[in-house]
Design a protein around this ligand. Sequence first.
Ligand code: NAP
Ligand code: F7E
Length: 327
Amino acid sequence: MKRALITGVTGQDGYYLSKLLLSKGYDVFGLVRGQNNPKIEFLRRELPEVKILTGDLMDTSSLVRALNASDPDEFYNLGAISFVAYSWENASLTSDVTGKGVLNALEATRIHVGDDIAKVRFYQASSSEMFGKVQHVPQSETTLLWPRSPYGVAKVFGHYMTINYRESYGMHASSGILFNHESPMRGPEFVTRKISLAVARIAAGLQDKISLGNIEAKRDWGFAGDYVDAMWRMLQQDEADDYVVSTNETHSVREFLEIAFDRVGISDWESYVYQDPQFFRPAEVDLLIGDATKAKRQLGWEPKVDFPTLVTLMVDADVERVRNKSV
Ligand code: NAP
Ligand code: F7E
């Protein structure tokens, strides 16, 4: 039985990756931070097979202890402060967790494995946010990075540190440059889930409007369940490498709104949407569209859920939750 350690196990991707690895027969260990993290309850209820370890990406010794306790074949570093808007207000903390946290995870792994450098395969959750002010369309593994947020800058640090540990020490360390991926498990602060939840509440008569920022921004949105499969595939390769993971399509927030409102039978959606300056960003990433040719060719990976299906499944899940009063 293979063993895996996941940081960020209480997040969206941690949930889907845990489910995937459990279905493949892995022994899964998840790192949870804080002395009374409310998300532990959810994890225990939904994924009781996941073994919980405590630790924090800012505390390298806690990571070494988690590695010693789980003795993993694969270490997935998904933990981060991941909300881009928040990263301007907390730039230093974001740099520490999302940037230096990667170095701490790599260094803890190096301490844990000692001379047996091939003992653990490492995955770093890099991001399309690193492309920021895009220098090429579509974006691939070789596109120049030009981050536009403290979060993006921190991810660039983690990305290059992962490559550096691979090149310096021969670690099997791969970096997945994942474009936006969503699901009913997405945090409600992100625009897709903010919309699906608001649409469900508006349809139920519980809310009368939704306030948003820049609805012309375009993203390459995929389904989180598809994307964790790409992470796993990266760690099954003989050689570690970096891969873009995307659908190769781009859509605006406006298009997301149209499909989401249409799903609940509302066609005049614009009368429910207000623009609020507080949701505009100091520097916007206007357009992201990935080129996942390498992942498709080398990993045999393909996204299965298309954009309209993604929107629909998120709205349906929130309609159901509103009906059951579980949100
Ligand atoms: P998420 O839902 O925001 O989850 C982030 C996770 O990181 C949570 O489990 C959180 O734990 C944990 N975390 C925060 N600070 C930590 C710390 N100091 N030490 C240890 N863990 C900490 O993010 P996600 O959408 O699942 O994304 C997973 C990873 O992929 C993140 O690194 C994100 O930046 C990256 N990424 C995401 C996307 C996307 O579109 N979803 C795209 C590209 C890259 P708590 O529950 O305690 O807060
Ligand atoms: O914003 C615009 C906003 O916060 C998407 C993270 O997972 O993906 C995510 O980062 C777009 C932006 O995601 C609102 O300005 C308009 O252009 O859902 P988001 P993100 O910033 O793209 C990347 C790949 C990651 O790595 C990150 O961790 O939508 N937008 N109005 C809004 N966004 C939000 N959140 N709220 C609004 O009201």
